[in-house]
Design a protein around this ligand. Structure first.
Ligand code: ADP
Ligand code: MG
Length: 191
């Protein structure tokens, strides 16, 4: 299920979760991935520089940190569940259940293809709908694989990280209401 195109640079791109899709049941199951070997070598690098606390102080969202490859999947799973329970915005693809982050169940949604994302100029729409604030989490918002389409509306399936959640708290409702998934030429003929 991983968005294949982004796997190109394997040294730096880590899918933090493994996702099993059951479209007929209408759900997906997300389990965290733990990259033990890589985590250990990153821990040792940090440890040599500044000790245990220093090495572990770099967060899941800091590129190259030990926690990025060890605990990001678990953190994202758990935060996705908590965020959905608290806010339940229409822009969030519902997360139904979490076993402490070790296993999440989310509603299945048809993931947007790169072509659909390009054609509808979704990235360009983010600029004016979020007042450009999506750029603070640009790598996340530029990936079609983090979104699905439900009844013509855009929704996010991957909302575990703090930067993503901050943007969604502010702009999630507007994005759900206003992102158009029609291609611009279709819109023109309707008007
Ligand atoms: N609710 C869902 N319905 C269908 N596919 C999904 C769903 N959630 C995730 N996926 C697929 O699994 C991939 C990885 O899930 P994601 O939540 O983005 O985890 P990661 O933290 O690893 O990026 C997504 O890019 C998408 O292709
Ligand atoms: Mg993702």
């Amino acid at each position: 299920m991983k968005g294949g195109g982004f796997m190109a640079d394997k040294k730096w791109y880590f899918g933090s979760r493994r996702v099993f899709a059951f479209p007929r049941l209408g759900i997906v199951v997300k389990v965290p991935r733990f990259y033990w070997k890589r985590g250990w070598s990153r821990f040792v690098d940090g440890y040599k520089l500044g000790g245990v606390i220093f090495s572990l102080s770099w967060t899941e969202d800091q590129f190259g940190s030990c926690r990025q490859v060890l605990t990001k999947g678990l953190r994202d799973n758990w935060q996705e569940f908590v965020f959905f329970c608290r806010h339940r915005g229409p822009f969030l693809q519902p997360t139904l259940f979490s076993f402490l982050g070790f296993l999440n169940i989310q509603l299945y949604g048809k993931i947007l293809s790169e072509e659909e994302f390009e054609r509808a100029k979704v990235w360009r729409q983010f600029f004016y709908l979020t007042n450009q604030e999506h750029l603070s989490d640009g790598h996340h918002f530029e990936k079609a694989a983090n979104f699905c389409a439900i009844d013509g509306h855009l929704r996010m399936v991957d909302y575990g990280s703090p930067q993503t959640r901050a943007i969604l708290l502010k702009w999630g409702d507007a994005l759900y209401e206003q992102v158009s998934l029609a291609t611009p030429s279709e819109t023109e003929t309707q008007n």
